[in-house]
Ligand binder design. Sequence first.
Ligand SMILES: Nc1ncnc2c1ncn2[C@@H]1O[C@H](COP(=O)(O)OP(=O)(O)OP(=O)(O)O)[C@@H](O)[C@H]1O
Ligand SMILES: [Mg+2]
Length: 230
Amino acid sequence: MIEVTNIVKKYVTGDIDFTALKGVNLKIQKGEFTSIMGPSGSGKSTFMNILGCLDKMDSGIYMLNGKDVSNLTGNELAAVRNKEIGFVFQAFNLLPRLTILDNVALPMVYAGVPAKERKERAMEALVKVGLGDRVKHKSNEISGGQKQRVAIARAIVNRPNVIMADEPTGNLDTKSTFEIMKIFQDLNDEGSTVVMVTHEPDVAVYTKRIVRFTDGEIITDEAVKDRVRL
Ligand SMILES: Nc1ncnc2c1ncn2[C@@H]1O[C@H](COP(=O)(O)OP(=O)(O)OP(=O)(O)O)[C@@H](O)[C@H]1O
Ligand SMILES: [Mg+2]
């Protein structure tokens, strides 16, 4: 599903070149559920943004679902992202003045789905995350845990092959964290490949594999023993 080879990413600030990813190699098969861990500043978000086609790398090869996406333009990457990837952010990134239903329907506008089908599919995704009764609320009228569930509904509405999330439970309390991780586990059981960044070992135990970064490199990559199914 995902295969990256020798990914390098540099940030240039004034005269200073900083190499945030120093030649990263990773393969993720369809149906895996992977945590990306590591200290602050180790390159997790940088890596996730490249995997999510939100940012470009300086060199390396990225094969996503059999397609070489290494050298695409910004617009081409956006198209791949819309089709292949559902991305969930720590800060939810919902549009506050739209209803929950319209937030979830939005990616389908870009995908050219007709209005009636947009509404039906948005509703279906919201029911799946347990928010079928809240669809008329504005997204600033619900709790953080509910916002993240809306964001997951938005991420799955185009039926992506991969769900990616950068610290999706970073702003949530324990109860909401359980709810979100259970939704990811259910989606994974139904066949979605899931990749998520987390700081918390307590959260990583719900996934199946842990890849650890330090200073822009992967230092360990291991299966989760005694995985907890919520
Ligand atoms: N836009 C940018 N310009 C310059 N440097 C950046 C930029 N984004 C990230 N960096 C640097 O790259 C390194 C990796 O950052 P990244 O955000 O990927 O870390 P992270 O592992 O996600 O950290 P955290 O756990 O705090 O979210 C850091 O040293 C950071 O300062
Ligand atoms: Mg980060």
